[in-house]
Design a protein around this ligand. Sequence first.
Ligand code: NAD
Ligand code: LYC
Length: 504
Amino acid sequence: MALTLDADVIVIGSGIGGLVTATQLAAKGASVIVLERYLIAGGSGGYFERNGYRFDVGASMIFGFGDRGTTNLLTRALAAVNMKMETIPDPVQIHYHLPNNLEIEVHRDYEQFIKELADRFPHEREGIRKFYDECWKIFNCLNAIELLSLEEWRYLMRVFFQNPFACLGLAAYLPQNAGDIAKKYIRDPELLQFIDMECYCWSVVPADRTPAINAGMVFSDRHYGGINYPVGGVGKIAEKLAEGLDKAGGEIRYGARVTQIIPKAKSGKGAIGVKLANGEILYAKKVVSNATRWDTFGNLLKDEPLPSGEKGWQSRYQKSPSFLSLHLGVEASAIPDDAACHHILLEDWNDMQKEQGTIFVSIPTLLDRSLAPNGHHIVHTFTPSWMSEWEGLSASEYEDKKNEAARKLCDRLLAIFPKLEECMDYQEVGTPRSHRRFLGRADGTYGPIPAGKPLGLLGMPFNRTSIPDLYCVGDSTFPGQGLNAVAFSGFACGHLVASSLGLV
Ligand SMILES: NC(=O)c1ccc[n+]([C@@H]2O[C@H](COP(=O)([O-])OP(=O)(O)OC[C@H]3O[C@@H](n4cnc5c(N)ncnc54)[C@H](O)[C@@H]3O)[C@@H](O)[C@H]2O)c1
Ligand SMILES: CC(C)=CCC/C(C)=C/C=C/C(C)=C/C=C/C(C)=C/C=C/C=C(C)/C=C/C=C(C)/C=C/C=C(\C)CCC=C(C)C
């Protein structure tokens, strides 16, 4: 008996990866249902409200909102469903506070940044210029081509004939890592440590494990499209995409936790489906999972043998640590008006990759005052932390450990904001357990990191999986973590699925 289809495509999860896939498909005429386990859309790009503060859950430094080229993927994803967002340009991407009083601001203006870094390392002036200029070469290749699925051969042929030099340039950089390029031009060990931190703070690995293509994107786009903060908070991006999806005829169901993916019958006939926690079963021609690949294959398909391709990927990549997050509300006098919105703090280079070593700080109210009560700021502080640190504790041990970790983080922050402690108004601590619980991410991971030295981006899986009609999207697919990276993954997945449905 033929099954009744509920939609052309079911998307599991409404992270930015899932939402971009869904909106791309709806805009092309597919019927789409997004199933989200939580109460609102956005996943790591979501928000929560407490005592008049609107906190970003995770993502806070937003790339992809430029107004030109092809790499402005968030602007273009919204435009595909006739939506637009107001954003506030951030004049400084990051203010680094590093060992040996290495204080560097990454200005939106490229020349100003290069000058500031070269003034600190005058003997490396030429090497600095050559390294970052090579990153621009990668970015210019990316920004010259239409960005769609590398698994769809008609697109690959079209893009190659339209822009062969950009494609060959990208193909050459695909197996490379940023650290190898840096070491061609730079000798000073302290400067190489700085480049490691430039990579670590978004890839969670040092430069020699960070794909060159991703470094080209991050180190150039911050000066091209720039870092731009969405008015009303990061959560607005998902809200607007969800609104656009609705207008394009798609549907999102909240509180809809998928517990199982039902693969197509071995005969290849019939549909693929999903089972929800309430027992309901939905069928579609295609299913896209925005859950991580660990969760997709380890939980949602736990009765199926792990495909060999996934086994291979899981041996090449491991889960990155999660985060210990401190969401603070403080009186405005704690933060100077001319402070940068994003800060990185590290006191000893040996601690960069250690548990709770590097501290990240984001103060979005310096750009958008509406996120906090009058006269107050948000100080969102987070630091890498492993799930293993937080397991096997009693309820009171867990509370005590959270409070102690928060106190230590606050003490360290006094080096940048000496009045922080006396100006405290609100505090909420999140641990890897909170990230796992609220985002449904295995061990609360921030995303995949290579287990050894990777061949650039070549080891990252694309959207197609070895299960017929099942696709993955999000940060455990090419090209990895980052809202604009998962937006790319969504464009690619939407295009591939639309092509298999005969819609493009
Ligand atoms: N820029 C920054 O400052 C920053 C900081 C932190 C995170 N990030 C980025 O945010 C990105 C996350 O994007 P993403 O799209 O890959 O994933 P995501 O984890 O944000 O979204 C996945 C969504 O799927 C839902 N989900 C999971 N399992 C489900 C199930 N079984 N049933 C129904 N729903 C389910 C989750 O609730 C979540 O909403 C990452 O790339 C990360 O790097 C950025
Ligand atoms: C045909 C032939 C011959 C060939 C072919 C070749 C080709 C065409 C190729 C292509 C390729 C491509 C397209 C690629 C793409 C890529 C991409 C898009 C990429 C992207 C990336 C991005 C990224 C990486 C981003 C990231 C970001 C992030 C992660 C961020 C984060 C942040 C954080 C966490 C920080 C915070 C801080 C503070 C607060 C301080």
